[in-house]
Design a protein around this ligand. Structure first.
Ligand code: ADP
Ligand code: MG
Length: 561
């Protein structure tokens, strides 16, 4: 007795894509299924630790692969937490997994290179790239009844009662028939499966086992061979971050990053460290090469994966990275954390605080080094994530000024490129005491501001601020290297020479009647009308007082109440 259920619309789209996919990364299906099996084993192990369940040990958990050439099936079996009937329905009936969002958006954006798609973690549905029918047998830990989820089209699936003699999940892939262009038989070949596990899943911390047939010399004979079956562990089980940096290639880091964090681009930066001392840990951190699609939305969650002695504890541990570095992805594995620790307790854990502190310093120093030695790379980074640093200063009411000010860059009117505040100050003109800036929508528009012209004429550089947060950030900083920030469109600039000032005074007196007339005509639209020496090619300009600048007023007005 069973009902055919429909896939949700989004899932159907993704599935259609998987079923008809033409790209060359089909082989990643195995990585995805093994990674799910490993996650499910982690979940059970973690549950056992937390609830003090006896009789569950990591050593007993393994992932089994079995290829049957006659039936053309490949089976992936785990002893993990399993799925209940409802979970089979909800988890496998909808795309909910971590990578799907980025994937969907890339598709919508029309990522034209189909190979790129293969680099996403596309999760369970990737099984349909190689199989035309998928059966998922599963028994939830602690329950008696097992169920099987089966689907052979993108229309829908069925869930039926089934039997499975252990908790966990067994996925049976019925391979597609070979076509002229595609050889699906390859995924039933021992050597091919071994190679795929080595390539993508070597670091999985459970043994991935497979019965392999090998030709062995018959005992007691010279040259007689026989086929024997032995169970082989295909992966080395050493996590990438536990390996020696010297032996890891860039490609290995890149692949690991892309698979683990569902990105289609290599990371811009990799930071891999082992720290020993008061607290001992390994950290593997990445700076992405692009701003994630959802970076500025509420569904972006910051945090690092947390492991203790190689055992996965939690996915997005927020306390490990400060807000201003929330773009950093990666993981931390420490021997000094209690495996039993709850999320609430973790927040107050002293070791965790020490680690978080070190991580923040590590990221800072990496960025400083990049700025110093690889300008172009840094500018690329800053264009992606610089806004976050400015927000860091603003949101902390300037408390983070000392930490972050030398990582900031702003567009320089003179240089026509991004410069640091240090560079600005080092090139200040003789007699210049303030750091000039002007804000606007684009650098071109700022360039046309009447007041900008006069300041540039004096030989002073001006920082052009185009991000909403810029001016707020500078206001929080108040000064840099004891030089205050000065908006060229605001208040008195005091850049006139004594002679110019005297001239202006005289002219003001001479034209008192006209000025008063203008004042009267404008009424309370303006606070004051003054003659100025600031203008060159423009007849008039608007200047705001000492409080909020025009740009800041605009930003504040645009903010939701
Ligand atoms: P993700 O792994 O990113 O969550 P997937 O599409 O790979 O996305 O899997 C979807 C969900 O299905 C998983 O989050 C998990 O809850 C469940 N699942 C998949 N495979 C297994 C498995 N072998 N054992 C238990 N649950 C599984
Ligand atoms: Mg998955």
């Amino acid at each position: 007795m069973s009902d055919k259920k429909q896939f949700k619309t989004e899932s159907k789209r993704l599935l259609d894509l998987m079923i008809n996919s033409i790209y060359s990364h089909k082989e990643i299906f195995l990585r995805e299924l093994i990674s799910n099996a490993s996650d499910a084993s982690d979940k059970l192990y973690y549950k056992a630790l937390q609830e003090n369940i006896q009789g569950i040990s990591r050593e007993d958990m393994a992932i089994y692969l079995k290829a049957d050439k006659e039936k053309r099936t490949l089976t992936i079996e785990d002893y993990g937490i399993g799925m209940s009937k409802d979970e089979l329905d909800s988890l496998l009936g909808t795309i909910a997994h971590s990578g799907s969002d980025e994937f969907k958006k890339a598709l919508e954006k029309g990522v034209d290179n189909v190979d790129i798609i293969g680099q996403f973690g596309v999760g369970f549905y990737s099984a349909f790239m190689v199989a035309d029918k998928v059966e998922v047998f599963s028994k939830k830990y602690g329950e008696d009844q097992a169920y099987v989820w089966v689907s052979d089209t993108s229309d829908g699936y069925e869930i039926n009662e089934a039997s499975l003699d252990h908790h966990g999940t067994m996925i049976v892939l019925h391979m597609k028939p070979n076509t002229e262009d595609e050889d699906y038989d390859q995924y039933l070949e021992q050597y091919r499966i071994e190679a795929l596990v080595k390539k993508y899943s070597d670091y999985i911390r459970y043994p991935i086992k497979m019965d392999v047939t090998v030709s062995k010399k018959k005992e007691g004979t010279e040259d007689e061979y026989e086929d024997v079956t032995e169970t082989r562990v295909l992966n080395s089980m050493v996590p990438l971050w536990k390996r020696n940096k010297k032996d890891i290639t860039k490609e290995e880091y890149d692949n690991f990053y892309k698979a683990k964090f569902n990105d289609f681009e290599d990371p811009q930066r990799v930071m891999h460290n082992r720290v020993e001392g008061n607290v001992t840990y390994d950290s593997l951190l990445f700076i992405p090469s692009h701003t994630p699609q959802n970076y500025y939305s509420t569904d972006y969650e910051k945090g690092l994966q947390l492991y203790s002695r190689g055992v996965f504890i939690m996915d997005k541990c927020k306390d490990l990275v400060p807000e201003h570095f929330r773009f950093v992805r990666g993981l931390v594995d420490s021997e000094d954390l209690n495996l039993n620790i709850s999320r609430e307790m973790l927040q107050h854990d002293r070791s965790l605080k020490v680690i978080a502190d070190r991580i923040e310093k590590r990221i800072s120093s990496e960025l400083e080094k990049m700025l110093k030695n690889e300008r172009e790379e840094y500018v690329k980074f800053f264009n992606n994530f610089g806004m976050q640093l400015k927000f860091g200063i603003y949101n902390s009411y300037g408390m983070l000024k000392d930490k972050l000010q030398d990582l900031l860059m702003f567009y320089s009117a003179n240089k026509k490129e991004l410069i640091t505040l240090r560079e600005y100050v080092d090139h200040m003109a003789d007699g210049q005491t303030e750091i000039y800036f002007a804000s606007g929508e684009t650098t071109n528009k700022i360039d046309l501001l009447p007041q900008v012209e006069a300041v540039k004429d004096k030989g002073y550089d001006i920082l052009y601020l185009t991000d909403n947060v810029d001016e707020f950030c500078l206001q929080m900083m108040h000064d840099y290297d004891s030089k205050t920030f000065k908006n060229v469109t605001q208040g008195d600039l005091n850049i006139e020479t004594e002679e110019e000032k005297k001239n202006l005074e005289e002219q003001t007196n001479d034209n008192k009647e006209m000025i008063d007339a203008i004042k009267e005509a404008l009424g309370d639209k303006v606070q004051d009308v003054k003659l100025t020496a600031r203008l060159k090619n423009h007849p008039v300009c608007l200047t705001s007082g000492e409080g909020l600048s025009f740009e800041m007023e605009k930003v504040l007005k645009a903010m939701p109440d």
